[in-house]
Design a protein around this ligand. Structure first.
Ligand code: SF4
Length: 323
């Protein structure tokens, strides 16, 4: 005689709650991951996407987020000279030519707007009009959104982070105001559940998974917090890959009718079998590391990202001839 499986008497009826219940085995959860995977393939026509982010500065930042290596307070980041405009444009161009779907310029909170606009114009000019140019920067009002759009940006990465206002120097209202302003100004929004750590409750995760749908984000997904030594949350460690897969599936089940770019970061092949179809290639300054990388972060480059998506059965954007 076999004992009843652990947790057999406590499987929540709600599928998202079941996915977020670590007392339930992966074996019993796998059908839900497979369903999320099928939903994303159906929504996207089995298209995979690559989000390439260039960290264009590592200016010590006064917002003091408890997970970020750029925060002045933790003194965790090795000084790195900022990338020149020419270097940023060249990197963006190479990524666009290599088959990226999104070119992302990522800054710290108070990056100079005029410089960002200049970079946006030059990068847009280099990459052409047939892909997203994304800005990931600080808060913005309507004038800023208009100027960013005029400069060539088409999308913003902006989210209410998990425990916003507790682990960050912002408020939920500040972040939502920026998101609403960006949407009203005609920028699409990509919205991930982040930075996910082991301490976050199912309720906190579900709030952000549902918010992606309620704001009408173009994309959803999840980003794990990476433990940066010296930051206050480092001692809490990181979520397992198995749990990251479950949260990706939650992001899809909670947004079944949109958010076609479902991103998981950091990427592994297994996250592409649970509802995710979008992976990130990062370079240069990085709030998840203690120094800027000269090449792709952790060696995960664009050709590897393309091969990873293709191996998982996703079509990728064709590379093109350089200008
Ligand atoms: S996450 Fe952004 S706002 Fe927070 S400290 Fe880092 S750079 Fe500043």
């Amino acid at each position: 005689m076999h004992d009843a499986p652990m947790g057999a008497d406590r499987v929540p009826e709600n599928e998202s709650e079941a996915l977020l219940d670590t007392r339930i085995s992966d074996k019993r959860i796998n059908p839900l991951l497979a369903r999320a995977d099928a939903m994303t393939r159906e929504l996207s026509g089995s298209r995979g996407y690559i989000w390439t982010a260039i960290g264009i500065d590592s200016t010590p930042c006064g917002m003091g987020c408890s997970f970020c290596s750029h925060a002045t307070k933790w003194d965790a980041y090795q000084d790195s000279p900022p990338l020149s405009a020419e270097a940023i444009v060249a990197r963006a161009g190479a990524l666009a030519d290599g088959g990226s779907d999104f070119v992302v310029l990522r800054t710290t909170q108070f990056y100079d707007l005029n410089r960002l606009l200049m970079l946006g114009r030059r990068v847009r000019d280099r990459i052409g009009d047939d892909m997203h140019l994304v800005v990931n920067t600080g808060e913005m009002d309507a004038d800023t959104v208009r100027a960013l759009k005029d400069a060539g940006f088409s999308m913003v990465y902006h989210v209410v982070r998990l425990r916003e206002g507790i682990d960050t120097g912002h408020t939920v209202e500040m972040r939502l105001r920026t998101i609403e302003t960006a949407l009203a100004g005609g920028l699409e929004v990509q919205y991930l559940i982040e930075p996910l750590g082991p301490e976050h409750s199912p309720a906190e995760i579900l709030t952000e998974a549902r918010r992606a749908r309620s704001i009408g984000a173009s994309g959803t997904g999840v980003m794990a917090r990476v433990s940066v030594m010296g930051t206050p949350l480092a001692h809490l460690g990181q979520v397992s890959e198995a749990y990251l897969r479950r949260v990706a599936a939650v992001a899809r089940l909670e947004y079944p009718d949109g958010g076609v770019h479902l991103c998981v970061h950091p990427p592994t092949p297994s996250v592409l079998r649970c509802g995710s179809n979008t992976i990130i290639v990062e370079q240069a300054a990085n709030p998840r590391d203690t120094k800027s990388s000269t090449g792709p972060w952790r060696g995960f480059d664009l050709p590897t990202a393309r091969a990873t998506l293709q191996a998982a059965g996703f079509a990728v954007r064709p590379a093109r001839e350089s200008h």
